[in-house]
Design a protein around this ligand. Structure first.
Ligand SMILES: CC(C)(COP(=O)(O)OP(=O)(O)OC[C@H]1O[C@@H](n2cnc3c(N)ncnc32)[C@H](O)[C@@H]1OP(=O)(O)O)[C@@H](O)C(=O)NCCC(=O)NCCS
Length: 327
């Protein structure tokens, strides 16, 4: 028995932050951002619209219910993948479970930086394959604007807010999650992080003054690690399973930088038409990139299609997953 995605949903906030508007905020320009990253605009959750990762999640669940006519009040597990949950300690996934009416669901939040969604799907699949839980809601939701310094041109151009959700259930026809390679390496601890706010450096007036509550990265180092690791595991998962680029219908990559995605596709021997991209519209939405991509391209998939999900993120965390589409 396999674990398959049986419905998908997505939501991005209304406010569109364009490269042109960023030009008025920091020393940058549309040409630089587009050529280095592929990003043209991103969505920002403004307080006038709503607050928190849970707000986006509930919107995405509504979209999924409308599109697929599924019930969610009977899910027995909710996993929230996020680096920006509503708040620390009181888990956001429990609130999501309550608000969708899943009275008997067991819930927890999972954090693996930009690989969070991949890790969450892996976890959900393991619970389903072990027959412990039957219907799992996996949520990838991030409000990156809550941890981005809009005076730092090296990070504020990259990130956006958004959410994607996936319902996962048992599948007897060999569709769903087939295999995965997930990795971590703490070499990344110094290259991509938020210094303050955790137990290592609790928040204080000093940390706020030093703007240590924002996400920072060494862009070039992260770029190099991302290119080699995401491409390596994506090629490795094909080799391990005796597949070639011809067998793959689509690569569903984490959307951090168009050049990282291109390098991964080249290593896998994939033509351009097999690579799903929406980075130009949303930027890097962290835990939401892969499910938002599935949501945007859902009408293109056929039952049985071989998809490869690939991600890379802080920590470092990364991995690739082979999924047979089941909808
Ligand atoms: C961030 C990133 C786009 C920067 O691109 P880059 O080609 O590495 O650019 P560099 O950092 O070498 O900077 C080159 C120059 O552009 C400048 N620059 C940086 N940000 C800029 C911006 N937004 N606009 C204009 N110029 C900018 C730099 O200051 C530097 O100037 P200098 O040469 O005078 O010092 C790229 O490194 C990247 O995408 N890294 C991976 C990030 C990532 O994916 N993180 C999340 C992982 S999940």
């Amino acid at each position: 028995m396999k674990a398959a995605i049986t419905a998908i949903g997505g939501y991005v906030p209304e406010y569109v932050l364009t490269n042109t508007e960023l030009e008025t905020m920091v020393e940058t320009n549309d040409e630089w951002i587009t050529s280095r990253t592929g990003i043209k605009e991103r969505r920002i959750l403004k307080p006038e619209e709503g607050m928190g990762a849970s707000y986006l999640a509930l919107k995405a669940v509504e979209a999924m219910k409308k599109e697929y006519g599924v019930r969610v009040d009977d899910v027995d597990m909710v996993i929230l993948a996020s680096v920006t949950p509503d708040m620390p300690v009181a888990i956001t996934s429990a609130y999501i479970a309550q608000e969708i009416g899943a009275k008997h669901a067991y819930a927890y939040d999972l954090q693996a930086a930009c690989s969070s969604f991949l890790y969450a799907v892996s976890t959900a699949a393991a619970f389903i394959e072990s027959k412990k839980y039957k219907k799992v809601l996996v949520v990838g939701s991030d409000v990156m604007s809550s941890i981005v310094d809009y005076e730092d041109r090296t990070t504020c151009i990259l990130f956006g807010d958004g959410c994607g959700v996936a319902l996962m259930e048992p599948n007897e026809d060999d569709l769903g999650v087939q295999d995965e390679i997930l990795r971590t390496d703490a070499v990344g601890r110094n290259f991509l992080k938020m210094d303050a706010g955790g137990s290592f450096l609790p928040p204080s007036h000093e940390t706020i003054d030093a703007k240590q509550h924002y996400i920072r990265q060494e862009g070039q180092s992260v770029f190099r690690f991302a290119v080699s690791n995401m491409a390596d595991t994506s090629a490795e998962i094909l080799e391990k399973n005796g597949l070639t680029g011809d067998d793959v219908a689509y690569l569903v990559p984490h959307q951090a930088n168009l050049r990282i995605i291109d390098a991964t596709a080249r290593r896998m021997g994939l033509s351009e038409d097999k690579v799903l991209i929406n980075i130009q519209r949303y930027g890097n939405t962290t835990s939401a990139t892969i499910p938002l991509c599935l949501w945007d391209y859902r009408h293109q998939f056929k039952k049985g299609d071989n998809l490869v999900f690939a991600a890379f993120g802080g920590g470092f965390t990364w991995g690739a997953m082979w999924v047979k589409w089941a909808i």
